[in-house]
Design a protein around this ligand. Sequence first.
Ligand code: DSN
Length: 424
Amino acid sequence: MTQASMKDKAIEKLIKAETKRQVEGLEMIPSENHTSADVLAALGSRLTDKYSEGYPGQRYYGGCEFVDQVENIARDRAKELFGVSHANVQAYSGSPANQAIYFALVDPGDTVMGLSLFYGGHMTHGLKVNFSGTTYNSVQYTTDKDGFLDYDAIAELALQEKPKLIIAGTTAYPRIIDWQKLRKIADSVGAFLAADISHIAGLVVAGVHPSPIGIVDVTMTTTHKTLRGPRGALILANGNPSNPLKKPERTVENIPSLIDRAIIPGLQGGPHNHQTAAIAVALGEALTPEFKEYGKQIAKNASKLADELTKRGFNLVTGGTDNHLMVVDLNNKDLSGKQGEKALGLAGITVNKNTVPFDPRSPYDPSGIRLGTPALTTRGMKEKEMEQVAEWIDQAIKNASDEKKLGNLHKEITDFALKFPLPS
Ligand code: DSN
């Protein structure tokens, strides 16, 4: 999409440079994607000018007749897409959405349980330096030595610590999450169970990953990862219709009201209406049969890429992937994750350094890299292209200390990338 000309040349230049970087390279950070032109148009609209604290029909500002309709469309599409009776679409992004879940369901000092960031969880799942680890008594579970969730160990820890809330979700876990097993664990100690499906929401929509809806008490997802929308988040639940004006008791049935009250007045002010409109557009796109095909192709591409990397001697955490991402341990390649990220970046392949389970190295320079296929799949790449991508990753890692060779690879990759335009 061509950018409208801007008066602010300093920022315009940087927007163009970033667009060129995306177009000419391969974006393989698994939490990133390329949005449609309609999503971008909604984000760049006059809706950003409007204040509308409250919810449709219950606002604290005048002039909300159109943004009310926008938010209702976004909520209705979220409900239809995930099969729930209530959706809150106002959280500014994933971390604020998780904050709202804690705010709604537990009190400061209560025990909460989540997967450690260093084993594939998220900061907001109880990291000691995050609000979730400082406000609450956070207990963290890990994976087993091979990187798989160890449900017996999680069950034992839950019995020992008696959390009031278990937040289940991942940012660097390549396997299927067993929601039923987590439900049993939560029930064994009477805890609320929240699912953070930010990474896998698009796969859930496509039927590639089981949905937690109907099993967990509340589900959160960001809208900008495999769901391919703008930055933002959805909080989804079933239960009594929301009454955000009345403080309800903390029961599963009251979760819609508890969440709406946690967002406003609990944590946020005015919703970002341009973002809500863009979320509505993305959810409309996600409701199409083409999106389901897209979600399936993401997983097929990841599986092929994992096989091709394994053939080339790469050591994948858990030995492969069932979803959109993989974590590669670079120890056997005599490179750190930081060195791997840099070498691949110089070749035009963007990934991020990542810890591996029981990583002996620091998170600032861990042993692994994390990569995935959502953005490449959006550009129309399929299994055939994944073979080529694996070969380039191998070449870049083998030549990590040769900047000239990496520069040449970048040129080759750019010629290839230009054949797969971003959405227009
Ligand atoms: N930062 C996101 C990711 O990259 O997975 C999680 O919020």
